[in-house]
Structures are given as C-alpha cells and as structure tokens.
Design a binder for this molecule. Structure first.
Ligand code: RB5
Length: 144
C-alpha cells in the first residue's frame, strides 16, 4: 500500500497518478487534500505517519514545487524523502538512498512525467551493500 497526499497545488497530479498506477496494480491510500486550500506540512505528516506505523510501505507527496513537502517529510525520524524531477535521480534515490517518500512539484512537472517518475520510484528496489552503511550513518545523525 502506498500513501499519497498533496496540497491544493497537486490535486490533478495526485489523481492522475492514482488512476494510472491503480490500473497497473498499485494500491494507494489517499491522504488528501481534495482541492480545498490546505497546509502542506499537515499532509506530509499524515503520509509519513502511515509509513512509520507500518500501514504503508512508501509515500508520494506533491505540492507546488515539492520542496515544502520534502522539508516537512525529512523532519520525521525514519523517513528519507527525495525531491524527484528526473528519471535518473528517481531511480538512483531508490537504488542508493532507499528513500521511502518521493516528493514532486506539480507546478514544475507535468502529470505525465510525474506519473512516470512515480512508477520508477515504486518499481525500483534498494541495492543494499555499501549503501546500507551510509544510511546507517544518516540514522546515527538522526539519533544524536
Ligand atoms: C502553495 O502555494 C505552495 O507554497 C506549496 O504548494 C509548495 O510549493 C511549498 O513548497
């Protein structure tokens, strides 16, 4: 199950991703919003809590630029959120960073690219090995 959320800027992209990737077999838990003006940190928290509770394995967050969502999501211990806008970074943030949240900007990307990047993010597995040691160092920083 994938938690997905957006603020008022990202509703069209969120709905496109849900429709297109549900048709490909992915399951989403929609944490809002549905178009009403809202504050992106509230939605980021709702998605991150789904992951940290174990209800969802990964999350997708969309706001105007994706930046506010990524700042908010990375405040949560255990969340590694990446701002994604190209396919190479999206693939490698899964392979090397084992990111569990992707953030995208609805005002900087089209819905087609956003959906393609979401599919790359959801279908790419972490490589492990030497990259796990580096993630452990991030966790050590988080715990200071
Ligand atoms: C909302 O206007 C906008 O600030 C928000 O969507 C996002 O871009 C923040 O980072």
């Amino acid at each position: 199950m994938i938690a997905i959320g957006c603020d008022h800027a990202g509703v069209e992209m969120k709905n496109t991703i849900i429709a297109e990737l549900t048709a490909k077999g992915y399951e989403f838990k929609d944490m809002g919003c549905n178009g009403e003006p809202c504050d992106y940190p509230v939605i980021a928290a709702a998605v991150c809590e789904e992951i940290l509770s174990g209800s969802c394995e990964k999350g997708i967050l969309i706001c105007g630029t994706g930046i506010g969502m990524s700042i908010a999501a990375n405040k949560f211990k255990g969340i590694r959120a990446a701002l994604c806008s190209d396919s190479f970074s999206t693939k490698f943030t899964r392979l090397h960073n084992n990111t569990n949240v992707m953030c995208m900007g609805a005002r900087t990307l089209g819905c087609g690219l956003g959906t393609e990047l979401a599919e790359i993010f959801l279908s790419t597995e972490f490589e492990g090995g030497r990259h796990q040691r580096r993630l452990d160092l991030i966790t050590e920083i988080e715990n200071r």
